[in-house]
Design a protein around this ligand. Structure first.
Ligand code: FPP
Length: 283
């Protein structure tokens, strides 16, 4: 649920307020997940080193988080560092990203507190350098009691490895409790995901125009609306988050069911009509 704390809408910029005013308060997403892409291209377009793109991207992280907290978005989950980034990027870039994460947490903690933001992480974070893990724990602990937006950073994260971890944990539980495989349910898998404590994302945003989900929250985005913008992440701001939410509100979410207007006239007298509007795969 959106927070019941006093509204912070007046803290939005004039441009943000104009878009916010057009939104339907009853249909706000509870969870927005973002694939932050295009830092390198943003830098390349300006003949700058990739590192500067990441640095600028960290500023976007803070600004977008603050807008999310002002509108009372309960859950914001950002893909900050994938398992694949860790394995495939040059070591110098990986260690720059690690240093950037540490300094980002250190220098933005006060702003996180001012914005009532709680910081959490998902991913195989135990494989990150010890000093990065320490800083992460420090920021999570300091913001633990905040009640506004939960900012979850996906770090050393992969959707498939998350499922492997979940299935291993479920198998261990099953062995302990004597559960049979045919008893396993979707709920059992959900309980063992890194995201067990949060609702699935309603909206997945990807910057820089690529039409991929890149191993991000694979289980959780089953019914998410996907919004892709050409804008590179370092240029993405709160106003663009609000634009994405406005586009999301124009979508009709059916979860594999029928359109609202179709419910009374569904199927029997006109099976062709039903077929056209309701794919068995759930659109
Ligand atoms: C993609 O840019 C982005 C990443 C590698 C991860 C996101 C990292 C940040 C936004 C930096 C800091 C984050 C925090 C939380 C401090 P890319 O390098 O893949 O861009 P390209 O596809 O244009 O090369």
């Amino acid at each position: 649920m959106y927070s019941s704390s006093p509204s912070r809408i007046h803290e939005l910029s004039v441009e943000e307020q104009a878009i916010y005013a057009s939104l339907d308060a009853a249909r706000m997403p509870q969870h927005v997940a973002i694939i932050m892409d295009g830092n390198g291209r943003w830098a390349g377009m300006r003949s700058l080193k990739r590192f500067l793109g990441h640095q600028q991207g960290a500023k976007s992280v803070q600004l977008v988080t603050e807008t999310a907290s002002r509108i009372g978005l309960p859950w914001l989950t950002l893909y900050a560092f994938s398992l694949e980034n860790n394995l495939r990027r040059p070591r110098a870039e990986v260690s720059f990203l690690m240093r950037l994460l540490k300094s980002y947490l250190e220098s933005n903690l006060e702003r996180m507190m001012d914005n009532n933001v709680r910081i959490r992480y998902i991913g195989r974070t135990h494989e990150l350098p010890a000093e990065v893990q320490e800083k992460m724990q420090w920021a999570a602990e300091a913001t633990r009691r905040n009640t506004g937006t939960t900012l979850t950073l996906a770090l050393n994260y992969g959707g498939r490895s998350e499922m492997v971890d979940a299935f291993r944990a479920l198998a261990a539980e099953a062995a302990l409790k004597g559960m049979r495989p045919e008893q396993f349910t979707e709920e059992d898998i959900h309980r063992h995901l890194y995201t067990a404590h949060m609702p699935d994302p309603d909206l997945l945003i990807r910057t820089s125009g690529e039409m991929r989900v890149s191993n991000y929250l694979l289980w959780q985005i089953a019914y998410a609306e996907i919004f892709v913008t050409e804008r590179y992440w370092p240029d993405f701001r709160g106003v663009h988050l609000l634009e994405a939410i406005a586009a999301y509100q124009l979508r009709e979410r059916r979860y594999g069911g029928l359109s609202e207007g179709d419910e009374s006239s569904s199927g029997e007298e006109n099976p062709e009509h039903q077929h056209k509007h309701a794919s068995v795969y759930g659109e």
